[in-house]
Ligand binder design. Structure first.
Ligand code: FAD
Length: 400
């Protein structure tokens, strides 16, 4: 089922490990019609060494050599600094790790926007600079040659902190083909990733709608509502020097993203949407935390972390200064987080969306696949408190 043999698009997560490992540079990444990149092999240059298959995270997950030693364990994790919480997607775990561990001789790999909102992996050698990696970017990052760069640092004896989606971390581990004492990996529980093409179309739609260039963009912007409840799923864009906030139920990109409408095909067949992790520490939102601690609000910034390796366990010890940490029941955490149980489910209109998006505007394509709810539902959704909405949903479910 290896992608380069089968051409089955559900078997390639686009991590670029095969491209980076190839000794004859015979693999290049080519975009398909949906805007996702896939490896293409130049048969004339191939020496049949088989390395491309040996580093594929979709074929080799079981071969990743990790010492689990009775783990994982799950921990409630929230940064003690309010500014950090507001600048982070979730509980500010990433900041706590870099503040604690990356003081000297470190390369931190993470995901940033470039100046035209392309989502790329890069590295920073300073903590301040690495803060550009904070906040989720709901787009597949271009890894470029990050695995090769990380390997060079590791061989020089520099410490490396690599952050990314689980399939990217798995790609790195397989690319390296051995564990390094000076390598620390942090992955995310991941819903799925849309392509850069789709995000570019969305950016174009927003710039046309507000008649100006976007100069700043944030996913997971946190807002406190008039009832004292936080929402962490908003988008904030700066256009014509004005901040505009889109709520998750109003924004069409978020509607498609949370509606599982336009992820990479392999995300629906993800090999990593389960508790068998491949990094030292896994970061996630602590959905359901209010059931354990009713005074908490996940949207203000509460993460759950899975500590997967003895190296991760050692790392955790140093995080207590900057984070509130308490061990919680692993089974509860798994039950409460869908992507620790199964991959995302493909939206019924998935193929239709990609037919529309190539010829129509972004808003038209999304609205045709996920139509607006009836007016009465939209009004109710605006005015009713969340608790009432939850109860109505329960009654509808109960009545079948
Ligand atoms: C595409 C995506 C899907 C996610 N889906 C879920 C989910 O279904 N359930 C859940 O519980 N949590 C999910 N998360 C993770 C969660 O929302 C937080 O990002 C995570 O808990 C870290 O929180 P933090 O406050 O420590 O992060 P921050 O301080 O905000 O740091 C963000 C970290 O995410 C990395 N990152 C940002 N964008 C990307 C990207 N496109 N690809 C790879 N790495 C990236 C950065 O390098 C950095 O390490 C997802 C994150 C992303 C990026």
């Amino acid at each position: 089922m290896f992608y380069l043999d089968s051409k089955n698009e559900e078997m390639c997560c686009g991590c670029q490990a095969c491209e980076q490992v190839c000794p004859t540079d015979c693999i290049s990444m080519i975009k398909d019609k949906k805007g996702f990149t896939y490896p293409f092999k130049n048969q004339e240059k191939c020496i049949e060494c088989g390395l491309c298959e040996k580093v594929c995270p979709f074929v080799q997950k079981k071969k990743i050599d990790i010492n689990f030693n009775g783990l994982p364990k799950a921990y409630y994790a929230a940064n003690k600094n309010v500014d950090t919480l507001m600048a982070s997607a979730s509980g500010g775990v990433f900041t706590s790790v870099i503040d604690t561990y990356c003081k000297e001789d470190f390369a931190i790999f993470g995901v940033q926007f470039d100046d035209r909102f392309k989502v790329i992996h890069s590295y920073s050698e300073s903590i301040e600079e690495a803060k550009k990696y904070r906040k989720s970017k709901y787009v597949q990052s271009d890894i470029n040659n990050s695995f090769k760069q990380a390997e060079t640092f590791l061989k020089e004896g520099k410490k490396v902190l690599f952050t990314g989606t689980p399939c990217q971390v798995a790609g790195l581990r397989l690319f390296l083909r051995k564990d390094y004492e000076n390598l620390f990996c942090l992955d995310l529980v991941c819903h799925g990733v849309p392509s850069q093409n789709i995000f570019d179309k969305y950016i174009k739609y927003i710039e046309e709608k507000y008649k100006g260039k976007i100069t700043d963009f944030t996913f997971r912007h946190k807002v406190l509502d008039k009832n004292g409840k936080w929402n962490s799923k908003n988008i904030k864009v700066k256009v014509n020097n004005k901040d505009i906030i889109h709520k998750p139920n109003e924004d069409l990109y978020l509607k498609g993203f949370h509606g599982e409408l336009f992820y990479r095909p392999s995300c629906y067949n993800c090999q990593y949407a389960n508790p068998e992790r491949i990094s030292d520490i896994t970061m996630a939102d602590f959905w359901g935390v209010e059931k354990l601690y009713p005074e908490d609000d996940v949207h203000r910034g509460i993460s759950v972390i899975l500590v997967n390796t003895p190296k991760g366990q050692e790392m955790l010890k140093g995080l207590t200064e900057t984070m509130s940490l308490k061990e919680v029941d692993l089974d509860f955490v798994i039950e409460s987080n869908a992507q620790l149980n199964r991959p995302a489910k493909k939206h019924l209109k998935y193929e239709d969306f990609f037919k529309h998006i190539n010829n129509e505007r972004f808003d038209e394509a999304v609205n045709k696949c996920i139509p607006k709810p009836p007016l009465i539902k939209r009004i109710a959704s605006r005015i009713l408190p969340n608790e009432v909405k939850k109860n109505i949903k329960k009654i509808i479910k109960w009545r079948g």
